[in-house]
Design a protein around this ligand. Structure first.
Ligand SMILES: Cc1cc2nc3c(=O)[nH]c(=O)nc-3n(C[C@H](O)[C@H](O)[C@H](O)COP(=O)(O)OP(=O)(O)OC[C@H]3O[C@@H](n4cnc5c(N)ncnc54)[C@H](O)[C@@H]3O)c2cc1C
Ligand code: SF4
Ligand code: SF4
Ligand code: SF4
Length: 504
């Protein structure tokens, strides 16, 4: 398939990354906005000489799902520079990484507002210019010729490129090969709303007063309840909780995103970058010492290069397992679900003159029962996707250990988990507590990832096959509590090691 056919027949596949427009040697591609305000490539057939470079570079046309060799290291992180963190959406990791590049004489590319508050990719060459790139802009940013600029800059200096996963995929495809001088940082991506909807919205808000400053995730009331903050030149001020603001509500509710965002291919595990950054949502429950309501980042380290840069920062960090955070931040692995009113919303938004009224109407009409159904569907998609990731990961492991113990209290479980994780770092670890509510509990566990356990041979044998169990570590006490399981262990043919948690 070629780009032109994709745009006609499978338009929702095009994520608008602009790699095609950047690669075209004859500048025969322009990105033109459609009826919803999203940009798609348009080829000028008078100029095009059919070289095929645009089809070869397109990350959507050439997409092949990937899986990392290892699950990434995951950190919560806080930038000790309070000012940088205050103006960042999460914990200010992007700023800390950027400063390393800038102090080395390098260039940082990311999304910024232009003078009309349109969102465009641009670059910063010093710490002052970095201020424009800080903070999330909940709008699809225009790449322009930035991939070409990155390529030029890489010839003489270090470059940090940050953007959505599909933009990082676009840049990688455009460059064709990795470059030691390039650090790519993508965001956990909920999806991107239509630039035209944003431009109409800010135009309407700024109709009577000139807009001076916009912050989509202002922290004046705290990071947990971030607010859209707009300052006007006459000292006026607009501040509303982002999910209650009509524009923010459309974004969070799945009404205004690009069609490709509802079936995004570029999420984990199809990693597009050296590092992924996001909000460490729910960190107050997992690690209260990393929560002060001023913003905490989540960082996933995907490559050796990413690790080197991350270790150079002076961030306060704490490491987690992927399973600790994945349920709290669904957009890392699953797409937003479209609101069923989406088509009608776009038709009305561009038909009627009073844009604010249309956005307000959809925000007010918002139906709690429908939201609940979407939230449940979200949860199902999330669990399914995570199980698929774990299944793939397990298949790659050659050593999977089943640890069998009596029911443990929290302290004993933590002790045991840490002990096995340190002693067998490259193994899959599963914990079987036979008499614990009749459930089999797995180390990489997510809330519904529990198996009903009948203590019969067939169930246990099926389990061992499904999870490719290669050996068993059994606590000595199991023989008193669960003779049926012990019988299975003795007959299953797998190597068995006996230990005693009480003595250790
Ligand atoms: C549209 C969008 C959706 C997001 N959805 C989630 C989510 O579901 N879960 C989550 O944990 N985090 C999400 N984030 C990321 C999060 O909001 C923070 O941007 C991220 O955690 C980085 O925070 P920071 O404090 O390190 O730095 P910040 O200074 O806040 O980060 C700014 C970085 O984000 C990039 N950026 C900002 N706006 C855009 C844009 N429109 N397009 C491309 N890049 C942009 C900039 O280039 C810069 O690198 C989203 C961000 C955006 C822009
Ligand atoms: S085929 Fe070649 S010349 Fe034609 S639009 Fe694509 S890249 Fe440009
Ligand atoms: S390269 Fe990007 S913008 Fe161009 S067709 Fe492919 S997905 Fe769309
Ligand atoms: S959700 Fe996916 S397709 Fe949409 S902007 Fe983010 S990375 Fe791109």
């Amino acid at each position: 398939m070629k780009i032109e056919e994709m745009i006609t027949a499978k338009r929702a596949d095009c994520n608008g990354c602009e790699a095609c427009a950047n690669i075209c040697p004859l500048n025969a591609i322009v990105m033109r906005r459609d009826a919803e305000g999203f940009a798609y490539p348009e080829i000028d057939n008078e100029l095009c000489d059919q070289c095929g470079k645009c089809d070869e570079v397109c990350p959507a046309l050439n997409f092949a799902a990937t899986f990392p060799a290892e699950l990434p290291k995951v950190f919560a992180a806080i930038n000790p520079d309070d000012k940088a963190r205050r103006h960042s959406t999460a914990g200010g990791v992007f700023s800390a990484l950027s400063e390393i590049i800038l102090h080395d004489g390098g260039v940082v590319f990311g999304a910024a507002f232009d003078e009309k508050f349109r969102v465009v990719h641009t670059c910063a060459r010093n710490v002052d210019e970095l201020a424009n790139l800080r903070g999330s802009k909940y709008v699809q940013s225009q790449i322009g010729d930035v991939y070409r600029q990155v390529k030029d800059a890489l010839q003489s200096t270090k470059v940090l490129f940050s953007g959505t996963p599909c933009q990082c995929a676009g840049l990688r495809a455009f460059l064709g090969e990795d470059n030691d001088n390039l650090l790519t940082v993508d965001i956990i991506c909920h999806g991107v709303p239509s630039p035209a909807v944003w431009e109409e919205y800010i135009g309407a808000l700024g109709y009577a007063h000139e807009v001076k400053h916009v912050n989509f995730a202002g922290k004046k009331m705290g990071w947990k309840v971030s607010h859209l903050e707009i300052n006007f030149s006459d000292q006026g001020h607009y501040m509303r909780r982002i999910n209650e603001d009509p524009y923010g509500n459309a974004f969070y509710g799945g009404l205004s995103e690009r069609p490709s965002c509802y079936a995004c291919k570029f999420k984990f595990p199809s990693v597009q970058s050296d590092l992924t950054v996001g909000d460490a949502l729910g960190i107050q429950y997992i690690a209260p010492e990393m929560f002060d309501d001023k913003g905490t980042s989540l960082v996933l380290v995907h490559s050796a290069k990413g690790k080197t840069f991350f270790e150079q920062t002076q961030l306060k960090t704490r490491e987690f397992k992927l399973s600790d955070i994945v349920l709290k931040n669904p957009r890392l692995i699953t797409s937003t679900i479209a609101d069923e009113r989406r088509r009608k919303f776009f038709a009305e938004f561009f038909k009627y003159r009073y844009k604010l009224a249309v956005l307000q109407k959809y925000s007010e009409e918002d139906n709690a029962a429908a939201r609940q159904a979407v939230s449940e569907q979200n949860q199902c998609n999330l669990i399914e996707s995570y199980q698929a990731i774990l299944d793939t990961w397990r298949k790659k492991l050659t050593r999977n250990i089943l640890i069998v113990t009596p029911t443990l209290d929290d302290d004993a479980r933590t002790f045991l988990g840490n002990y096995f994780a340190q002693s067998f770092p490259d193994c899959g670890l599963y914990l079987l507590q036979p008499e614990s509510k009749g459930q089999l509990v797995c180390k990489e566990k997510i809330s519904s990832f529990v198996f009903a356990l009948k203590e019969d041979d067939a169930t246990l044998t099926d389990f061992a096959k499904q999870f490719n169990i290669t050996e068993i570590f059994a606590d000595n006490m199991v023989k008193y509590d669960s003779p049926a399981v012990v019988e299975w262990i003795n007959g299953c043919g797998l190597p068995v090691n006996v230990f005693s948690l009480k003595e250790s």
